[in-house]
Design a protein around this ligand. Structure first.
Ligand code: G4P
Length: 530
């Protein structure tokens, strides 16, 4: 990072990130406050629903439907200070899905929100592991400090031990639960006092010359001040100091303590992303690495979302720009189909509304409405043939046969399934033998989501039935051996929605058998989306 030439200022000010957390830790509330302080919304909403119903939806949709904020997008852009933030939504349901993984391929950093009373929870750990695969820098926000929470050292220890990452305090909380009065900003030497009376008011910020400044005693009761000094001394002995290089390479996370609902600690976290967070990072393609400062526009599709506007059957492909300065009306090269594509109505999601994007820079996320030409993994360039790597498709872990309740509607079902496969919402396999389709997902909840979407969007009731198979592997390798394998095992063979050959398995034994009998054939659990 440090040996790269400085980026053009428009690109250097961009911060593209996602928020990861376990359900209920406060991701939606934090997002809402980001938008509030980014000037994207006027007032945080009030209405909210509870429980599982809301978890099947994206967190942005949750914001929209429950709080009346219009944010129907998977990415939102807003300005904060001199920075342009691009916040990319991660799917809200608690099943780990490919969507989540792909979202994280489009960002340069992640904010990990944990509940101060609960510490590191299962979903946090899973998402963290995905971030680690890409060495993403992580900023940690320990939320709900206004409530009884665990001991600060215990929380930090748990993160260090559970996630094997160094933790450095960016702020230190003062008091706890009912006695929580605020935090000391260790990176700027400021005392931040929480306002309990007005949840949307930003904390009072008092400049302090250092932790020994007598001014602290004017604001902090004596016993809390003593505890603060003792803890800080211990923290200095036990915890590493902030090291930007370690943070940027993903081996150290700074932690802020706050309360999203009270708007406390949120601005400090935003300052942290702005001041220390990564600028747009180079992106990898099979051919070469693409640097954001390159003048030619390149980008890749990491998500396709259908029916964002119920009146139109359009889809929006979300493109992460890897390089260049994009301008509306540009004609880009669609690498997979080798055709030109005029991008006349790209959308930039400026929180309050979808807006036509007149321009965008490397690091930005733009939405391109289309009728199915753009799929996940597709590359757009100014002519170069590039294949972005690292956007995998995972073998599903659960397979079921899908049927339309009305057998006359088979054609409709095919259309719906094609759409969902292209959106990346499920894997769809057409077995060589027999009629019908097999649908594969990574988490069981996805079957329910799919059934309800097909019913709503295509007025097509469907049912899922058990299938003989439990998993699928993509087939590659020696052509003659593949032909032989296919001929002898027709009952196990299917095509995926891209027409690629797949081996459907019942047991690990099936896979072992193929590996043994067909040494020239490879069975893989992931394939690159291209
Ligand atoms: P999620 O997106 O991560 O699932 O979490 P969300 O923001 O929806 O927050 C989950 C619950 O936690 C919400 O309560 C929210 O008000 C609360 N919460 C968020 N931040 C804070 C905080 O800083 N302090 C406290 N005390 N609570 C916070 P809810 O949905 O209204 O549930 P309930 O409180 O009615 O049970």
């Amino acid at each position: 990072m440090s040996n790269r030439a400085p980026l053009p200022p428009e690109i250097a000010r961009r911060r593209t990130f996602a928020i990861i957390s376990h359900p209920d830790a406060g991701k939606t509330t934090l997002t809402e406050k980001f938008l509030l302080f980014g000037g994207a919304i006027q007032m945080a909403g009030q209405v909210r629903a509870k429980g599982d119903a809301r978890r099947t939806r994206s967190d942005f949709m949750k914001l929209e439907q429950e709080r009346g904020i219009s944010v129907s997008a998977s990415a939102m852009s807003f300005d904060y200070r001199e920075f342009r933030f691009n916040l990319v939504d991660t799917p809200g349901h608690s099943d780990f899905s490919e969507d989540t993984y792909r979202t994280l391929t489009a960002v340069d950093a992640a904010i990990m929100v944990i509940d101060g009373a609960k510490g590191v929870e299962s979903q946090t750990r899973k998402l963290f592991e995905v971030c680690r695969l890409r060495d993403l820098p992580i900023l940690t926000f320990c939320n709900k400090m206004d409530r009884e929470s665990r001991d600060v050292f215990e929380i930090i220890d748990e993160i260090q031990e559970n996630l094997a990452i160094d933790v450095t305090p960016a702020s230190w909380p003062i008091g706890q639960g009912r006695d929580f009065i605020g935090a000391y900003d260790l990176l700027h030497d400021r005392l931040e006092i929480m306002d309990r009376a007005d949840r949307n008011r930003v904390a009072e910020s008092i400049k302090i010359s250092g932790v020994d400044d007598p001014k602290l005693a004017e604001h902090i009761p004596a016993e809390l001040l003593q505890k603060f000094h003792d803890e800080l001394e211990m923290a200095r002995e036990l915890l590493p100091a902030f090291d930007r290089t370690a943070f940027l390479n993903g081996s150290m996370t700074p932690i802020w303590f706050g309360s999203a609902i009270n708007s406390f600690g949120v601005k400090e976290l935003m300052d942290g992303i702005g001041e220390y967070g990564p600028e747009p990072e180079p992106q990898k393609a099979a051919e070469r690495q693409i640097d954001p400062s390159e003048p030619a526009v390149t980008g890749f599709v990491f998500k396709v979302q259908a029916n964002m506007d119920p009146k139109h059957r359009d889809r929006v492909a979300f493109v992460r720009l890897a390089s260049g300065h994009f301008e509306r009306g540009m004609k880009l090269h669609h690498v997979r189909t080798k055709k030109p594509m005029s991008i006349t109505n790209p959308v930039l999601f400026l929180a309050a509304d979808r807006e036509l994007a007149e321009e965008a820079w490397a690091g930005d996320i733009i939405g391109i409405p289309n009728h199915g030409q753009l799929r996940i993994g597709d590359a757009l360039t100014e002519g170069e043939s590039l294949r972005f790597t690292g956007i995998p498709s995972f073998a599903p872990e659960l397979l079921q046969t899908i049927r339309a309740t009305d057998p006359m509607k088979a054609k409709h079902l095919e259309k719906a399934l094609t759409q969902f496969a292209e959106e990346g919402a499920a894997k769809v396999f057409k077995p060589m033998i027999g009629s019908g389709y097999i649908v594969g997902v990574v988490g069981a909840l996805q079957f329910d989501v799919l059934a309800s979407r097909i019913e709503q969007e295509y007025s097509l009731p469907v049912r899922f039935e058990g299938s003989n198979f439990t998993s699928a592997r993509w087939i590659s390798g020696d052509k003659a051996e593949i032909d032989k394998l296919v001929n002898v095992n027709k009952g196990h063979i299917a095509h995926d929605s891209d027409g690629d050959l797949v081996f459907l398995t019942r047991l690990q034994w099936d896979i072992d058998r193929v590996v043994r009998d067909y040494p020239g054939v490879k069975l893989t659990a992931t394939k690159e989306m291209m």
